[in-house]
Design a protein around this ligand. Structure first.
Ligand code: ATP
Length: 919
């Protein structure tokens, strides 16, 4: 039925020389709704929506096709090292060394399998997270407003839009209030387009279709209801982008640094390669043997496992953060979080619960009213001067609360058969106003029906006010509610102009003092004013009411701090991270909350947006260290704050939720959007999204970031210490005139299998627990820091001494060369296993760290041991790796000698722990 009417429409369009998608803007909105068989008041029913979803498919653009397993495996072979190994295998074949060639092939394949497995895992976890980060849309279905996944939108749905929302489909406006849409992504126009539902001429160009909103754009201001006309590939965006922009992650800074470092290592490896060839040939060894050895050493030196290990470390970090309520949108955020030195945090909802309860009213006649009861349940009483107040007979209170109900978009659903609780819907600041109105005996639904809303100026974080225009039997009026000092400005009148003005001036000053007193008690204060006979003019905005508004009073709300935040702030300061509050709320309110939570230390100050505006950059920099609260900031000022801290050398994490927060979120080192209150625009601009809006969750994400960074360092340490040791052993043996302690194939096996198995699993180490007791990681910290080099300097000699020492002693004892070599090759693996235990912590003893906290590593070690036993004791493998079996006494002796590296590291750790205790 629908299809046939759409086909009819298409036919009609084609007759008019236009295809169907180009005609929606030319139709009257009722005709558009009729064509789509939708209802402009109720929207679609669930059944219809489901049926259309099945017919038109989900509202998504085809993603970049996921790489097939074969492609992932093939990708593993695209490395110069692998080419080199294959050349070596070819040469071995030509020289008749069939078993060497075979080993190279097997090792290359095994290495590719380990790499592909890990990469596949990393990719799936990233895909799952991408799905998590997808947008939601609000629709009206069967008359009920509900959030759905944007991918479930269908033609005919009634889409509800508000500032900050991403538009998820193409839609025809039904009605809109001051709606502005940023369409740069689609039309290239950087100034937001003002939208209006009126029908347009059929030949209107896409960029001028002011009654349409399109997928891929977002709402910068206002609110609207729109009828979805096209989804998925049918949208304008779908037409220009057959493939969604590839969501390939750029390299993170650390990955770039590792890649750069890798290039130096390759140069060093080439030098060693030439050295080996030279010394080997000078010593009269055969070319084939020396060449194979040099190639193997080269492969051993290059940390080819590192990039894979890093990708896994980051992916694991992403997974762990997801488990702790953080969605990572940019991989680089994982490591940048670990370097965060300063957090600029919002107050409402992040530090506090965003559960508002009105506890006080202040009236123009200087009376204060206190209100009992907590939460949204409208049970409590209003008291003034110690006695209960009958709101019904008090005009001032009634008028104030009536206005608070009218200039309000929220709902408070009463208890019903299914749920005995009261159900808040909308902005908690506004729901709290409904609660207090009901406590005072008012009926919001009845008031809203009696004084119908005709126009509005929606709340926005820049104006910090909201206004609505209503009809009444005595003519229209406008209610304004918002930040007191801004509402007061509209109420100002010329001094001395009559007694009435004097009275209102006195009342205003009185209320100003009350507002301050309330804010000092950490209350969030709203002022409410009325303009009798006023009308809203979208262009003039609030300026039209200057001097015409009369104050009705103040409403103070309590928003308790989240219980876990004070501890999280403490954790941050122990971790060398400063916390600064950047709030839209009043200075006194913000400062009171900051003191309670330990954000403001003795001597710290709070400044507000105006003071900030008057400061030069130099003055601001001079004060930065003592400012704990930036209050009443304009979202645009957040950018200035971030930049000021960055100039100071801080690595800034900044939270945000509004549409205007996007520039600051993008500029911050880590932009953090709020999952619950955050707009799509903020989420798109941010690197991470905190699902529960909680400051403590952000701190947990920082901790995870530090764990990831630490694990990468552990892998670097393991890889470098073992490669250095191995090369040193070989070069020393060559220089001292000994036979080769290992054969080329054994080196290859050791590097690509034994080492590969433990490195990728070391990366899975859980937190050590002291991550937040250490200073932040400097962003420009070199990969091989001094402490890391010290450890390498301890580990390398220990491994060299045990392996080369064993080789020399056993050779001198007359043990056959093949056996000594097999023992030394096994000893090297044993040293690496001990060393991986060393690398798990830089200060804690490997003997006290529970190995089962990392079952991956246990698995890697077990598998490594099994494979080593197989290559020594299982004849078919032993013959390709040129090993010979040895006895159990040797096994025990090797286990003891190999532990040297463990003991020297234990000694070093002991010394470090002693030093820490002393300081
Ligand atoms: P933060 O930025 O820390 O989350 P906030 O939520 O208080 O702080 P905004 O939401 O920008 O910041 O609010 C700023 C001010 O605007 C509030 O202090 C209040 O005075 C006023 N305000 C907030 N919500 C509304 C609303 N719905 N209607 C009118 N005024 C409001």
């Amino acid at each position: 039925m629908l299809r046939s009417s759409m086909q009819n429409e298409q036919r009609r369009s084609q007759q008019a020389g236009l295809d169907d998608e180009h005609r929606w803007h030319a139709l009257h909105v009722d005709d558009a709704a009729a064509t789509l068989q939708s209802n402009l008041e109720l929207g679609l029913s669930e059944e219809h929506a489901a049926e259309r979803l099945a017919r038109f498919g989900p509202n998504v653009l085809p993603e970049h096709a996921r790489r097939s397993l074969a492609m992932v495996v093939l990708h593993q072979f695209r490395s110069p090292l692998i080419y080199l190994l294959l050349v070596a295998a070819l040469i071995a074949l030509l020289l008749g060394e069939i078993s060497d060639a075979l080993v190279i092939f097997v090792v290359v394949l095994l290495n590719a399998a380990i790499g592909a497995l890990q990469e596949g895992r990393a990719e799936s976890s990233m895909q799952a997270l991408r799905r998590l980060a997808s947008h939601k849309a609000r629709v009206l279905r069967s008359g009920h407003e509900q959030p759905i996944d944007a991918s479930d939108l269908v033609p005919g749905d009634l889409l509800l839009l508000a500032a900050g929302d991403a538009v998820a489909a193409d839609a025809r406006l039904v009605h809109g209030a001051a709606l502005q849409i940023a369409e740069a992504g689609l039309t290239g126009e950087s100034v937001p387009a003002v939208k209006d539902p009126a029908a347009l001429a059929p030949d209107t160009l896409l960029a001028d279709r002011s009654n349409m909103v399109h997928a891929g754009t977002h709402v910068t201001a206002g609110r609207a209801r729109a009828l979805v006309v096209a989804t998925g590939l049918g949208t304008e965006l779908g037409r220009i982008a057959t493939l969604a922009s590839a969501t390939l992650e750029p390299q993170t800074p650390l990955e770039r640094r590792v890649a750069e470092f890798g290039r130096y290592v390759i140069i060093a490896a080439l030098v060693v390669f030439v050295l080996m060839l030279g010394i080997g040939l000078l010593r009269g060894l055969g070319f084939a043997q020396v060449f194979m050895l040099a190639v193997s050493t080269l492969v051993g030196m290059v940390p080819e496992g590192l990039p894979v290990a890093m990708t896994i470390a980051l992916a694991i970090g992403v997974q762990r953060m997801a488990a702790r309520n953080t969605v990572v949108r940019r991989l680089s955020a994982v490591e940048t979080l670990g370097s965060t030195t300063l957090i600029c945090t919002d107050k409402t909802g992040t530090l506090t619960r965003n559960e508002m309860t009105v506890t006080a009213l202040a009236l123009p006649d200087a009376r204060e009213v206190s209100i009992s009861g907590v939460g949204y349940e409208p049970i409590g009483e209003l008291r003034t001067d110690g006695s209960e107040l009958d709101a019904g007979s008090n005009d001032a209170v009634r008028e104030l609360l009536q206005a608070a109900v009218l200039c309000n978009d929220s709902q408070l659903g009463g208890p019903d058969a299914l749920d005995a609780r009261w159900k808040p819907l909308g902005d908690p600041t506004e729901v709290a106003l409904l609660t207090v109105a009901i406590k005072a005996g008012l009926l919001p639904a009845e008031l809203r029906a009696r004084f119908v809303r005709r126009a509005e100026l929606p709340f926005d974080a820049t104006t910090k006010m909201m206004a609505t225009q209503h009809d009444s039997p005595d003519g229209c009026f406008v209610v304004i509610k918002g930040a007191p000092e801004l509402v007061f400005e509209l109420c100002s009148s010329a001094p001395g102009a009559g007694q009435q003005n004097e009275q209102s001036t006195r009342a205003r000053e009185q209320l100003r003092a009350s507002a301050h007193a309330m804010a000092e008690r950490a209350l969030r204060v709203l002022a409410i004013a009325i303009v009798r006979g006023g009308e809203i003019d979208g262009h003039a905005g609030y300026a039209a009411f200057a001097g015409r508004a009369s104050l009705l009073g103040l409403i103070g709300q309590l928003d308790p701090p989240r219980p876990e935040v004070a501890r999280a702030v403490g954790q941050c300061s122990a971790a060398g991270i400063r916390t600064v509050m950047v709030t839209g709320d009043h200075k006194a309110t913000g400062f009171a909350v900051a003191r309670t939570l330990g954000i403001a230390r003795p001597g710290d100050i709070a400044i507000d947006g105006r003071e900030l505006e008057q400061m030069s950059d130099a003055e601001l920099t001079g004060q930065l260290d003592s400012i704990a609260v930036f209050a009443r900031v304009h979202p645009a000022q957040k950018l200035r704050i971030v930049e000021a801290y960055q100039r100071q050398g801080q690595s800034v994490a900044m939270t945000g939720d509004g549409v205007n927060d996007a520039p600051a979120l993008m500029r911050a080192d880590v932009g953090v959007a709020m999952g619950v209150t955050g707009t799509d625009v903020a989420k798109d601009a941010a690197k991470i999204v905190i699902a529960d809006d909680n400051f403590a969750t952000l701190v947990a994400a920082i901790e995870e970031g530090r764990v990831v960074y630490r694990n990468i360092k552990k892998a670097i340490l393991l890889l470098f210490s073992t490669s250095f040791a191995e090369v040193t052993v070989l070069l020393l043996a060559l220089l001292l005139g000994y036979p080769l302690p290992f054969l080329a194939v054994q080196i290859l096996w050791n590097n690509l299998v034994t080492e590969g198995l433990i490195t990728v699993n070391l990366i899975m180490e859980p937190a050590e627990g002291d991550e937040m007791q250490r200073p932040p990681i400097a962003t420009d910290e070199p990969l091989l820091t001094r402490p890391l080099l010290t450890r390498i300097a301890v580990m390398v000699p220990a491994i060299v001494l045990s392996t080369l020492g064993w080789f020399i002693v056993r050779s001198a004892a007359g043990i056959p060369e093949a056996q000594v070599r097999t023992e030394t090759f096994t000893l090297l693996a044993i040293c690496e296993w001990y060393n991986v235990l060393n690398c798990r912590s830089d200060t804690r003893s490997a003997l006290t760290l529970d190995i089962f906290r990392n079952v991956w590593l246990v698995g890697g070690l077990l598998l490594g041991n099994l494979l080593q036993i197989a290559v020594v004791f299982w004849a078919p493998l032993a013959s390709v790796l040129h090993t010979v079996p040895f006895g159990w006494t040797e096994v025990l002796a090797l286990a003891a000698v190999g532990s040297l590296v463990l003991w020297v590291e234990e000694l070093r750790k002991l010394a470090v722990r002693r030093r820490i205790l002393r300081t």
